[in-house]
Design a protein around this ligand. Structure first.
Ligand SMILES: [Zn+2]
Length: 265
């Protein structure tokens, strides 16, 4: 069967003597393709099998076997991502996360759009890289079903508490008053549980602006997610830390590409 599909190359691995296995993200899910002979000089579709290339792929597939690339044309190659090592590592991490959070034959329209918009934002310096990264992490987590609720304190339901903490473990907000109360009660009644709670729940203190930034990243329309600024360095730092910790906590592991990004930025 011959067909075409629009997809973003998330990963390309050498396979056999001259071939590559290419993982693409499409609106209908993740798909692994074989690019035969693509590592030879003569290959005419070499340019569309590189990471970060968004292309229209012409595919051939027999039954349920792996589809192979017959040809295609690029829609956007995000060329500039390869010119700056910080951008390159961040773009690789973004694709690694998208790869992990996408499935085969499941709708991935939102994840595809988010990933493309994020690569575009990185390439064009729409915002500081740490902000783009954090927005992507929080939105990717929310799309994948790990949506935190930071609208009000999980215990007293106060929406306007000054000092709040992001309860990473439970994807919730807790105000400083409730946290103190919880600590005191537990401390008074059962000293063992105090340590238990502190160790079990990962809590990050939030500034009001970083809390708003997280809420915006979750709820804003897809085309507007990067359209805000954090003027204070402390707010951006807190926002970045909270989003990364939250995503990694729920995925349960880190990424080599993220370590590389942090090794230089
Ligand atoms: Zn409270």
């Amino acid at each position: 069967m011959l067909y075409t599909v629009d997809g973003l190359v998330l990963q390309a691995k050498n396979y056999g003597e001259n071939d590559k296995l290419v993982t693409i993200l499409t609106a209908d899910g993740k798909q692994t393709l074989i690019a035969k002979g693509v590592r030879s000089m003569k290959s005419k579709y070499k340019n569309i099998t590189e990471p970060f290339v968004y292309a229209n792929f012409e595919l051939n597939q027999k039954g349920s076997a792996i589809a192979w690339i017959k040809g295609g044309s690029s829609i956007e190659i995000f060329y500039n991502l390869r010119e700056d090592v910080g951008k390159l590592f961040l773009a690789t991490y973004v694709c690694d996360v998208a790869n992990e959070l996408s499935g085969e034959r499941v709708e991935c329209k939102d994840m595809l759009r988010l990933t493309l918009n994020t690569l575009y934002a990185i390439m064009n310096d729409l915002r500081p890289l740490s902000q783009i990264k954090a927005v992507f992490e929080m939105r990717a987590a929310a799309i994948s079903g790990y949506c935190p609720n930071l609208d009000y304190c999980e215990e007293c339901e106060n929406e306007n508490a000054e000092l709040t903490y992001f309860d990473i473990t439970n994807g919730a907000l807790i105000c400083s008053e409730c946290l103190n109360r919880r600590g005191q009660i537990v401390k008074k009644n059962l000293s063992l549980a105090y340590d238990d709670i502190r160790e079990r729940n990962v809590l990050i203190p939030l500034t009001p602006a970083s809390r708003s930034a997280i809420r915006f990243s979750i709820g804003a329309p897809a085309e507007k997610i990067f359209s805000f600024s954090l003027s204070e360095a402390e707010d951006l730092k807190t926002f970045s830390k909270a989003c990364e910790e939250y995503l990694l906590y729920h995925l349960g592991h880190g990424f080599d590409s993220l370590d590389l990004y942090h090794s230089i930025l």
